[in-house]
Ligand binder design. Sequence first.
Ligand code: ADP
Ligand code: ASP
Ligand code: MG
Length: 410
Amino acid sequence: MPLIVQKYGGSSVASIDHIRRVAMGIATSKIMGNSVAVVVSAMGGETDRLLNLAAEISHNPPGREQDALVATGEQVCSALMAITLESLGHRSKSFMGLQLPLITDNVHTKARITDLHTETIKSALDEGMIPIVAGFQGVNEDGSITTLGRGGSDTTAVALAAALKADCCEIYTDVDGVYTADPGICPRARHLKRISYQEMLELAGLGAKILHSRSVELAQKYQVPLVVKSSFGGNKQTWIVNEEEVMENSIIKGVTLEKNVSKISLIRVPDRPGIAYKILAPLADAAINVDMIIQNASIDGFADFTFTVPTTDLEKAKELVEREANDINASEMLASNNIVKVSAVGIGIKTNPGVAAKMFHSLSAENINIEMISTSEYRISCVIEEKYGELAVRAIHKAFGLDNVKEERK
Ligand code: ADP
Ligand code: ASP
Ligand code: MG
């Protein structure tokens, strides 16, 4: 009997009516002769609601408590889904991360899975049940609840599919697959029937929240067949596959907008060996990901040092950097979160030298100033002012000929 892992995101389970409809879809897969294990997110908007409650009390709550708080969203939803399936005459049981258990490291709010025990789920499946796993959450070796980072239920689903050696992992969401840009921002975005793990990994890592980037990494590593579909019906879907299975190859596969970006600048930092290390090492120790770094030309032995961090880590980063800034006698520390990062992604970038120039031209034609630039084999990213983010995505998308002129999405 084929074994399928299905994951339903927040917008697909946003109300009891949504949950009922999803439960009927799950039941249909089961009736059609599949063994089905399900992963659910919290009901749409619930994770934000819980985070906002914590933010009313503290701008930097302890990670352990934040995780204990937000994990309740998935717990509620998994139980409601199991109750609904039972009400439809199917045997079902909900499981929290710590009941499997799904073991993670100790990095609260963005933990990584270190082990996933499947005995409980396997015996539920063997008994003909439909197990419903609460996504996004795990437990660390101290027994504390952890979460996998925003959007992390995708990763729970792929990890479960890999561990169960499932035939397929289906990600159900509010769009019918992966597009060349977020269709909510770029109405002319094109639907992709297939995309390589590598390109999807870049898109996801640069802000395309359709899939959690760690989920793509795991799918590639364990060769999990992964498909993105709409939970609201329709025939379209996107398969994430190996590079050689992608037929049509364009230089640029997609354009992304990353909003979770902030910058910190240290003004008049002594320009001598070891300073960058001194500023950034505490951030690395705190698992804060520093992305782009700029140091301007030194004047009188002093330079300004600017770098980006995720906005979700900004408060913590400011605290850590301020200590170092005092130590090295920087004259001032500035922080701002009114920036975004736009990126063009594609495996053709490394072999096509004109790509960066084309991207910069499309931004300048819209009078958008570029504050920072970074490139790799597969992508070019620019940091720009937040208010131009969506315009920039559309401009770059058009410049690379990605616009779908035949069929504009409504
Ligand atoms: P879920 O709650 O189901 O996990 P998410 O909101 O996390 O859903 O992800 C789906 C959303 O991802 C879409 O509604 C869309 O706005 C956004 N998105 C961003 N980039 C893309 C892209 N390239 N293709 C499709 N959707 C994208
Ligand atoms: N509920 C979590 C979030 O909103 C995890 C997820 O949806 O995948 O980020
Ligand atoms: Mg998501």
